[in-house]
Design a protein around this ligand. Structure first.
Ligand SMILES: Cc1ncc(C[n+]2csc(CCOP(=O)(O)OP(=O)(O)O)c2C)c(N)n1
Length: 338
């Protein structure tokens, strides 16, 4: 029986059935930590303490499972605003995430300049989130081209939603990456909605991966609520990219459990029946059942993990809230040449 522990953020390159109990618990704990921070950020936004919250609830298995297959600090990651689980898995801490949410001077993403959820971290090769939807895709292709030209073994992973695939950027990025066989993975978190626009109004095909054929690259459709399945598909795509075999498009089917952001009210465009159906696809209880069946998790261990996560989040909130704001004069730094 494994001991109570928060994730050590070990990384894995082994097949899912060769993951150790500790690595399986890391996966679960990262998903649970992401959920706990996410829930707290919604409360902080409603209390008027932070300006904005973007949810990753429902996406945790896709985010944690994919990022777990990467080498943090060596591989390059271009997340989008929903990717709390990605950045935590790569090694950002609860404290760093909260410093950003409170727009504090020590926030690693931008020192309080960007909106919350615009993640960036130099030490982890996390490239700053771009607000305009899909702009990160051609950026990722460019990063992968640079790695290839420099002869590095780094893989670039770019995350985006289904709505982003309607933008020209998506097609240009995949086309160029495929022609030049770049070491890049395009990872779509398809939750069926772009704010209030359903996927049926965005594309005339059933699955985003159908578009991979047009660019002569593998397209992998995966159940994004199954963390081990996501890990395995991403691991295979990473191996292909590292071996020089070019890009892969992965589509993880997920369910958005809440509104688009704290500025949205999804009751205006989703029926209660659909919202209830989404909650049936929560990846956390699903993985919990798997781990209990394997004897990796039990009531006592779960309670201990939850208590430690609650403490970690509470400490991060307290620290971030008390941390200094940026100096007003700093607002113009990096805007005009000094
Ligand atoms: C170019 C551009 N158009 C519109 C927006 C406003 N916007 C922000 S998020 C979003 C929806 C994106 O949906 P999707 O890519 O499916 O990702 P999801 O939020 O569902 O995870 C839109 C339209 C924007 N940020 N950029």
């Amino acid at each position: 029986m494994a001991q109570e522990r928060l994730p050590t953020r070990t990384r894995a390159e082994a097949a899912p059935h060769d993951l150790t109990d500790a690595q399986l618990l890391d996966l679960y704990t990262l998903m649970a930590l992401s959920r706990a921070i996410d829930e707290r950020m919604w409360l902080l936004q409603r209390q008027g303490k932070i300006p904005f919250a973007v949810t990753g609830q429902g996406h945790e298995a896709a985010q944690v499972g994919s990022a777990f297959a990467l080498r943090p600090g060596e591989d390059w990651v271009l997340p989008y605003y929903r990717d709390l689980g990605v950045v935590l898995t790569l090694g950002m801490t609860a404290r760093e995430v909260l410093l950003d949410a409170f727009a504090r001077a020590d926030g690693p993403s931008s020192g309080g300049r960007q909106m919350p959820a615009h993640y960036a971290c130099r030490r982890l090769n996390i490239v700053s989130v771009s607000s305009p939807v899909a702009t990160q895709l051609p950026q990722a292709t460019g990063v992968a081209l640079a790695s290839k030209l420099k002869g590095e073994r780094a893989v670039t992973v770019c995350y985006f939603g289904d709505g982003a695939t309607s933008k020209g950027d998506f097609h240009e990025a995949l086309n160029f990456a495929a022609i030049h066989r770049l070491p890049v993975i395009f990872f779509c978190e398809n939750n069926g909605w772009a704010i209030s626009v359903p996927v049926s109004k965005q594309m005339p095909v059933a699955h985003v991966v159908e578009r991979a054929r047009a660019y002569n690259m593998p397209g992998e459709l995966v159940d994004g609520t199954d963390v081990l399945a996501v890990y395995e598909r991403t691991r295979a795509a990473v191996a292909r990219a590292r071996a020089g075999d070019g890009p892969t498009l992965i589509e993880a089917r997920v369910y958005r459990l809440t509104a688009h952001t704290s500025d949205d009210d999804d009751r205006r465009y989703r029926s209660e029946a659909e919202r209830a159906e989404a909650r049936q696809h929560d990846p956390l209880p699903r993985f919990e059942r798997v781990l209990r069946a394997r004897g990796v998790l039990n009531d006592a261990l779960l309670a201990a993990l939850q208590a430690r996560i609650a403490r970690e989040v509470a400490e991060a909130v307290a620290l971030a809230e008390a941390a200094p704001l940026p100096a007003p004069a700093d607002a113009l730094r990096h805007v005009y040449a000094a």
